[in-house]
Unconditional design. Structure first.
Length: 403
């Protein structure tokens, strides 16, 4: 649509020239290299079986509690998301890792799938998040600061999900059973399997926070570290390496294709002055800054039922961002708010995309059952959004302390 609109205004020659220039500039831009590098890092980690190791370690410590398997799933999803960076990949992975274990101990299907759907949303919040990186590129914000801004809200999300499970246990004490008890020796033995991803995350994010790496360099270091750790631990063989390379290449190609289209669409919007007209329209409604923000968030909740998180960010941010700047909101804070809203849209009824991902892996559970299990976590996410809007420093504290 961007090419057609640009061609209609400027002519077919300039439009075709714009396609070539934008495509070449995008795939050769050093800053954009952060996207495939972190995708490759996530692919190596995923193929290495880190998700199963994280779940076993978390389960060993808290799985014996009532509802403990659900809490362990949330914590493991957070750990995996902090390296993988993909909501869909996290939900799909833990549908095969955590769901069978919860069902084996008698957890209800609705709760089991609801926890996995909610835990999957952590993939877009905790760094290195591909969605946050794309938002930073589209709005010309600092990728490192956005990654740092996602840490505290991401940890808050994990804590609130665990608290939600605790409330469910308190309200329905017999609904969620206990898992198998483990000795302290077994618990600490499980930690030896998770030291590698923990060291990798601390090294990459710590280097980014301390100013030792640029975001693109951090992605390269992370991908190299994930590869070396996988090979040295015997978790990556030749077939696994090939699978990870192909997976990262396919995903990066898809993201860059949409990103190139979005950049061309952005040129068309600039020529038609659509963002300026939208800004003028919304600011004249008399709703105030937070009223306009509420309208934008409502739009993303609706779009979340129909589109992937990446597609939503790429297609809408060039239009919405000038409005946010005009209203005086912090661009870094808004990035976190919008990603949280987008991820909420991926799990809430009637058409949460993450729910479809889980259904594709877990065939014996209906959509209605999954949505029933998701509802408590949707309420939790709405409360978390209100907290982040009321207290912006939750997201802005870490970026403000970067070197």
């Amino acid at each position: 649509m961007g090419v057609c609109g640009y061609g209609y205004i400027a002519g077919s020659g300039p439009a075709l020239k714009l396609i070539g220039q934008t495509s070449m500039r995008t795939v050769t831009d050093y800053t954009f290299g952060v996207i495939p590098m972190f995708m490759l890092m996530g692919a190596f980690v995923s193929v290495s079986g880190v998700s199963r190791e994280l779940f076993r370690a978390a389960n060993a410590f808290i799985g014996h509690l009532r509802g403990g398997l659900g809490m362990a799933t949330v914590i493991a999803c957070g750990g995996f998301a902090a390296i993988c960076g993909s909501s869909v990949a996290t939900a799909a992975t833990f549908s095969s890792v955590a769901y069978p274990e919860m069902r084996r101990f008698g957890y209800p299907p609705s709760f089991s799938t609801g926890v996995i759907a909610a835990g999957g949303t952590l993939g877009a919040m905790l760094p290195p998040s591909t969605v946050l990186a794309v938002y930073a590129i589209l709005t010309q914000q600092d990728i490192g600061k956005l990654f740092m801004a996602g840490i505290v809200p991401g940890l808050l999300a994990m804590a609130m999900y665990v608290l939600t499970i605790s409330v469910i246990v308190r309200v329905k004490p017999d609904w969620l059973p206990r898992g198998a008890a483990t000795s302290w020796r077994q618990r600490f033995a499980g930690l030896k399997d998770v030291w590698a991803p923990l060291v990798l995350f601390v090294f990459v994010i710590g280097g980014l926070y301390g100013g030792f790496f640029t975001p693109t360099e951090a992605g390269g270091v992370g991908a190299t570290g994930a590869f070396l750790l996988g090979v040295l631990r015997g978790k990556l063989d030749r077939a696994g390496i090939l699978e990870a390379l192909l997976s990262a290449t396919r995903t990066a190609a898809a993201v860059f294709t949409v990103l190139i289209g979005a950049l061309i669409f952005g040129y068309f919007l600039t020529m038609t002055q659509t963002p300026q007209k939208l800004t003028g329209f919304l600011t004249q409604l008399g709703l105030g800054p937070y009223g306009v923000l509420a309208l934008i968030m409502l739009m993303y909740l609706v779009l979340g039922c129909l589109m992937d998180a990446m597609a939503m960010i790429i297609l809408t941010v060039p239009i919405i961002f000038p409005v946010i700047v005009q209203l005086g909101f912090d661009p870094i804070w808004f990035g976190i708010i919008i990603v949280m809203t987008v991820e909420l849209g991926l799990i809430h009824p009637p058409v949460g995309m993450n729910v479809f991902v889980i259904k594709s892996v877990v065939h014996d559970v209906s959509f209605m059952t999954i949505f029933k299990g998701v509802i408590p976590f949707v309420v939790t996410d709405l409360l978390r959004l209100l907290i982040l809007i009321a207290f912006p420093m939750i997201a802005l504290w870490l970026p403000g302390r970067m070197v």
